[in-house]
Design a protein. Structure first.
Length: 435
């Protein structure tokens, strides 16, 4: 069945707005669909997939259409639609447009220059080549420029993986166990999960397998005091709460009240009662200082460039700039430094990002250890063995889309050495004296 010709105009309109890069693509799409409520589900899906195809292939599409004025919104949309729904689904095309789509089918992309194949901005391509080499950069970019599968986490407080697989099959939705997370499932289509009883009852949550592994690495135990320092909407918080079997005390810190508000209905659905959302003004908030030296485990999933999530958010590579990464590293250093103060002796601190860049990962951890001799690195292979996760790693966790099938993730586990309890930091003592 062909799509209505008018859909090309809708796609042009929203793509033009998205390519201004003033807001995340998913936010702009959501707003556009809300304002154009007459668009049906099939039309919305086609528009969204077209937009993401253009974002993934922007360099190639622009070059193919001649660049500059030749890369009109109309031509970009045609290429995106042809890539995702096929030429046969498009109606109302001129002879020139049909010829354009036939011509692109004849191109062997493997013969294109490396930069064009990578579909990355020059600054990011250069960073990846310096870090990974050209061959691996192209392998990585090839996967980053494809859509990600849909991963689910089974809430073990309410169901087990086999039961969920069986119940999904009645929908019918085919799901298979993820290779590394013991609670993960992978779906290769994108059904409307929010309508399923499993979702409504809190038995499943959408969460990339790499993110599930990060929650496992924390090693949280029953009855402990745990902090998710940059909780956001709380995907990892929920996973950690289930690992703790709904015992102990789990703080979800974030500077965004709006993000934490999204966590509350998810907590209610999950059945967890040990989660305590806390809005903080900044990483050195007094609410943080009062817990200094009291926490068993702290997860810092730090704000980052997000380059490991390009399969899901391809607009990030165009919205992010090289100087923005430098600003991120300053923020990451400050957040890790403050979060470390929470950790009790013998406690663990996990620093993580969804970045693929060493400057946001290894370099941050190495600088932290140089400035904080009271912490030591716990080799990742040891942590993975403790958690019975079948991954081969060295000192750090480095999950790569083209090797592990997940989003790109980095993590380091740091342990505070045992010793005599030191005097409280001056600012903590001052706060307590003022109370």
């Amino acid at each position: 069945m062909r799509l209505p010709p008018a859909i090309l105009g809708n796609a042009e309109e929203v793509l033009r707005e998205i390519l201004r890069f003033t807001a995340p693509a998913d936010v702009t799409l959501s707003r556009y669909f809300k304002d154009h409520s007459r668009l049906g589900g099939r039309e919305r899906g086609a528009i969204a997939e077209c937009v993401y195809a253009v974002l993934r292939n922007k360099t190639f599409y622009t070059d193919f259409t001649g660049g500059g004025r030749g890369a009109t919104m109309r031509r970009l949309v045609l290429l995106g639609m042809a890539e995702t729904v096929g030429i046969d689904a498009l109606g109302g095309l001129s002879d020139d447009e049909t010829a354009l789509l036939e011509r692109i089918k004849e191109i062997d992309r493997s013969l294109l220059p490396a930069r064009q194949r990578a579909n990355l901005p020059d600054w990011l391509y250069d960073k990846f080549v310096a870090q990974y080499g050209e061959e691996e950069t192209l392998a990585l970019a090839n996967v980053l420029n494809t859509p990600a599968p849909l991963d689910l986490r089974v809430n073990t407080l309410k169901a087990d993986r086999e039961k969920v697989i069986a119940e999904l099959a009645t929908a019918p939705i085919a799901a298979e166990p993820t290779p590394y997370s013991p609670t993960g499932l992978r779906i290769f289509k994108k059904p409307a999960l929010q309508n399923l009883p499993l979702f409504k009852e809190g038995a499943i949550e959408v969460q990339d397998e790499g993110s599930q592994v990060l929650a496992q690495l924390l090693g949280a135990r029953r009855g402990e005091m745990v902090v998710d320092f940059c909780a956001g909407a709380g995907g990892k918080t929920l996973a950690i709460g289930a690992i703790m079997r709904n015992t102990g005390r789990l703080y979800a810190f974030d500077v965004s009240e709006k993000r934490l508000a999204k966590l509350k209905p998810r907590v209610a659905r999950s059945g967890l009662s040990n989660v305590h959302p806390v809005v903080i003004a900044h990483e050195r908030d007094a609410k943080v200082k009062r817990l200094a030296g009291k926490i068993d485990r702290v997860l810092v999933d730090a704000p980052c460039s997000g380059m490991g999530t390009l399969r899901r958010n391809p607009d990030v590579k165009w919205r992010q700039q090289a100087d923005g990464v430098g600003e991120m590293t300053e923020k990451q250093t400050a957040i890790l430094d403050s979060a470390a103060r929470l950790v009790k002796f013998g406690g663990r601190l996990v620093y993580a990002t969804c970045s693929l860049l060493n400057e946001e990962n290894d370099a941050i951890v190495e600088a932290f250890l140089a400035a904080h001799p009271e912490f030591e690195l716990v080799p990742m292979h040891k942590v993975l063995a403790e958690q019975r996760i079948a991954l081969e790693m060295g000192d750090y966790l480095k999950m790569l889309p083209h090797k592990h099938g997940t989003d790109g993730f980095f993590a380091a586990v740091l342990e505070r050495k045992a010793g005599d309890k030191p005097a409280k930091p001056a600012d903590v003592a001052e706060d307590e004296a003022a109370e």
